[in-house]
Design a protein around this ligand. Structure first.
Ligand SMILES: *Cc1c(COP(=O)(O)O)cnc(C)c1O
Length: 414
C-alpha cells in the first residue's frame, strides 16, 4: 500500500474507477499522452468522432459543393438544438444552436425588451459574472436607450428589480462555481413582472439542467466548454415554446426570416425558434459539435452529477491539509451549491502554481485576482487522474517549484 494523499491511497481510487458507470466514455476522447486536463470548463477535450465528422464534411464540401447546404448544413441550428435539448431539460423546437453567447444575449435582450411594460426601462446584469454578459448588456443599452444596472455581488435580487425589464444571470458562477436555484429564482423574477435570461455556460454538460421544469423562458449557453463542441463551436439559445412568437429579435438576418430564400426586401421573422438565427454559419463547426452531441445522448445526467461531485470532493480531500498549511483558501461551494469545478484562492502564488502545474502536464487555469480554477469533466476524467493531479499539486506547492521565475511570466491567454 502506498501512503496516499492526506490518507487517500492510489489503490482506493483505482477501485472507484472500476465501479464507475461512466468510465467507458473516456475511450471516446482523444487526449494527449501525459496530460491531466482540468480545464474542460474553458475548452472541452476532443471527441474522437469529431475528427472523422469534420473530415467527412470536408469531403462533402469537396464533392457536393453548394448541394451540401441541402444535405443537412442549412438545418443544423435546429437539428443540433433538438439533440442538445434533452441535456438541458428543454423540449423539441425550443433550442437553436447559433452564433455565440454574446450575440445571443443581445438578441434576447432586444426580443424581450420590445415586449416589456413601458415603466420597465432597465436591464440588470449581475456583478461578478463573466464580463461579456455585462459588456453586451451595456452595448444593448447604448443603442436602445434602456438603462443598464449592475446587481452588486451577493445582493438580494428581489430588492433590485424595480423598473427592470430583464435580468441576465449565470446558473453557475464562472469564478466560484456557485450554483443558483434556477426554479426558485425564475419564480421570484417572474413574480416581480421581470424576465430572466439564464446563462448556462458553466452548467450545460456540467450537471443536469431542467429549463422547462424550472419555468425558465430564456437561456443561452456555449458548447465549447463542458459540451466538447470544439474551439469556437456555436453557442445555443433557448426560448420556451409559449414565448416564441413575440416579434423581432434585433439581429434580423436572412436566416431568421420566415422565407430566407424568397429574398423579400422586408424582414419578417420565422414563426419558430429559427427566428433567432442571423446569417450563414460554419458547417464545419456544426459537424464537430454534432459528433459530440451524439455522445451526450448516451449520458445518464444523474450519474454525471454524482461523479462530478465525487471528483471535486476527491481533489479537495487529497489536499485539504496542504491548503491549511500553505494559506490556500478553498472557496468551492458545498455539494448541492456548486457546479463542476474547484476554486482555490492564493493571491500571491496562484498564478505561478497554475503555471508550474501546466509545465507538469496538469492543466487548470487562473483568473484574476488570485483564483486557481480546476474544472472536472466526468466523461473523460477518472478518479485516478484526479488523484494524480492532486499529487502534482502537492509536489509543486511543498517543493516550492512554483517559485521558479519562468512561472511568473504572463502570456496573452491565461
Ligand atoms: C464562457 C462564457 C461566455 C463566453 O461568451 P462567448 O460570446 O460565447 O465568447 C459568456 N458568458 C459566460 C458566463 C461564460 O462563462
Amino acid at each position: 500500500m502506498t501512503q496516499g494523499l492526506n490518507g487517500i491511497t492510489l489503490e482506493s481510487v483505482q477501485e472507484r474507477d472500476q465501479k464507475d458507470p461512466l468510465a467507458g466514455f473516456k475511450a471516446h476522447f482523444s487526449l494527449p499522452e501525459g496530460v491531466l486536463y482540468l480545464d474542460g470548463n474553458s475548452l472541452g477535450a476532443q471527441p474522437t468522432a469529431a475528427r472523422q465528422a469534420v473530415n467527412a464534411t470536408l469531403d462533402q464540401w469537396r464533392d457536393e459543393l453548394i448541394k451540401g447546404w441541402n444535405q443537412g448544413w442549412f438545418d443544423s441550428p435546429e437539428r443540433l438544438g433538438d439533440l442538445l435539448a434533452p441535456v438541458i431539460g428543454a423540449g423539441q423546437g425550443e433550442v437553436c444552436v447559433t452564433d455565440n453567447i454574446t450575440l445571443n444575449i443581445f438578441k434576447l435582450l432586444g426580443y424581450i425588451t420590445q415586449q416589456a411594460p413601458t415603466e420597465r426601462r432597465a436591464v440588470l446584469s449581475e456583478g461578478g459574472n463573466f464580463p461579456t454578459d455585462g459588456y453586451i448588456a451595456q452595448g444593448f443599452c447604448q443603442v436602445s436607450g434602456f438603462e443598464h444596472r449592475f446587481l452588486p455581488e451577493g445582493a438580494e435580487l428581489a430588492e433590485h428589480l424595480d423598473g427592470v425589464a430583464v435580468v441576465v444571470l449565470s446558473q453557475v458562477n464562472y469564478r466560484t462555481g456557485a450554483l443558483r436555484d434556477m426554479a426558485a429564482i425564475t419564480q421570484l423574477v417572474h413574480d416581480h413582472g421581470v424576465e430572466v435570461i439564464w446563462d448556462l455556460a458553466h452548467s450545460a454538460g456540467a450537471l443536469p439542467v431542467h429549463l422547462n421544469e424550472s419555468g425558465a423562458r430564456f437561456a443561452v449557453g456555449c458548447t465549447y466548454k463542458y459540451l466538447n463542441g470544439g474551439p469556437g463551436a456555436p453557442a445555443f439559445l433557448y426560448v420556451h415554446q409559449r414565448v416564441q412568437d413575440g416579434g423581432w429579435q434585433p439581429l434580423s438576418g436572412w436566416h431568421g426570416h420566415a422565407a430566407p430564400f424568397a429574398f423579400d426586401a422586408d424582414y419578417a421573422p420565422a414563426s419558430d425558434i429559427s427566428r433567432f438565427r442571423t446569417g450563414t454559419h460554419s458547417a464545419l463547426a456544426y459537424t464537430a459539435l454534432e459528433a459530440s452531441l451524439a455522445l451526450w445522448s448516451e449520458v445518464d445526467m444523474q450519474a454525471l452529477r454524482e461523479k462530478s461531485l465525487a471528483l471535486t470532493d476527491l481533489f479537495r480531500d487529497c489536499l485539504s491539509d496542504l491548503f491549511n498549511t500553505h494559506g490556500i483558501e478553498d472557496i468551492t461551494p458545498s455539494a448541492n451549491q456548486r457546479g463542476s469545478q474547484v476554486s482555490l484562492i492564493d493571491g500571491e502564488n496562484g498564478y505561478a502554481i497554475v503555471q508550474a502545474l501546466i509545465a507538469r502536464g496538469v492543466i487548470g487555469d487562473y483568473r484574476e485576482p488570485g483564483l486557481m480554477r480546476f474544472g472536472f469533466t466526468p466523461l473523460y476524467l477518472s478518479f485516478e487522474d484526479v488523484w494524480q493531479a492532486a499529487r502534482h499539486f502537492r509536489e509543486v506547492v511543498e517543493s516550492g517549484e512554483f517559485k521558479d521565475p519562468q512561472f511568473h511570466v504572463r502570456g496573452a491567454v491565461t
